[in-house]
Design a protein around this ligand. Structure first.
Ligand SMILES: Cc1cc2nc3c(=O)[nH]c(=O)nc-3n(C[C@H](O)[C@H](O)[C@H](O)COP(=O)(O)OP(=O)(O)OC[C@H]3O[C@@H](n4cnc5c(N)ncnc54)[C@H](O)[C@@H]3O)c2cc1C
Length: 225
């Protein structure tokens, strides 16, 4: 076992949760090390509808205004709603961190107690000692398993998402459109003048039968998805 070093705070996972936690600590003057199993930032995926609370969190860690510059506010609600591309969010979070904060190709395979410290073992044979270990390693979290948390439960919702990129300006109004009915919800949100994010989700009734509704409705909504 090669022990590489002792860290005050080790965060497992460089997704949105891990990078936000690390940047929040950095703003408070606390260094952390983020261990990420991938070779580089996982910037695939599409976009998020981000609401007032998300913007409060992004402001608190100092990246709200730089993201606002590229993501127009959508009209029609009392909330601040914008559609942010996943890649832009992750890259902005990463840029805010000091060099060397994220250690890529660092898959955590096990954790063990060692007095007041945690030993964090990686697939490449190295081990970090940590005073504080924070699990931000997604839905199949190894840290959650180690802590004895229950397995994630399937919420029953299926979903597809994407965004359409228009070379010319797309001409959509800056509005969040959602359409509902029979367990289905779909909608569109422009991210900027060229990209429109779309989503389609299906939630069956608790009995597994399609939800029957008397009416299919549509609205410019204040709900998230
Ligand atoms: C590639 C990807 C694309 C997505 N696209 C969209 C989208 O377009 N729209 C949307 O609404 N939602 C999307 N999601 C879902 C959304 O990003 C997540 O619900 C949300 O980001 C959860 O963030 P998280 O940081 O908790 O977990 P995650 O985003 O899952 O991040 C967890 C990170 O931990 C790393 N990791 C896991 N296990 C280990 C380990 N043992 N050791 C080290 N590192 C580990 C993973 O590689 C990952 O980078 C996407 C998720 C992913 C992973």
């Amino acid at each position: 076992m090669e022990v590489v070093g002792e860290e005050d705070v080790v965060i497992v996972g460089a997704g949105i949760a891990g990078l936000t936690t690390s940047l929040g600590l950095h703003r408070l003057g606390i260094r952390s090390l983020v261990l990420e199993s991938s070779e580089s930032l996982r910037v695939t995926g599409f976009a998020f509808s981000t609401w007032t609370n998300a913007w409060k969190a992004l402001d608190a860690i100092g990246i709200g205004d730089s993201l606002r510059q590229h993501n127009q506010q959508l009209h029609g609600g009392v909330h601040e709603v914008r559609c942010v591309k996943r890649k832009a969010l992750l890259e902005t979070l990463e840029r805010g961190l000091p060099n060397g904060t994220i250690r890529y190709s660092s898959k955590v395979v096990s954790v063990e107690d060692s007095g007041f410290l945690k030993l964090v073992h990686l697939a490449d044979g190295t081990t970090f000692k940590a005073k504080v270990l924070i699990g931000c390693d997604g839905v199949n979290s190894l840290v959650a398993r180690w802590l004895g948390f229950k397995k994630p439960a399937f919420a029953g919702r299926s979903s597809i998402r994407g965004y359409a990129y228009f070379e010319e300006s797309h001409g959509f109004e800056p509005k969040f459109l959602q359409f509902f009915g029979k367990g289905v919800r779909y909608g569109t949100l422009p991210c900027d003048n060229h990209a429109v994010y779309w989503f389609f989700t299906y939630t069956p009734s608790p009995q597994g039968k399609p939800i029957v509704s008397s009416q299919t409705s549509h609205c410019s909504s204040e709900l998230g998805h």
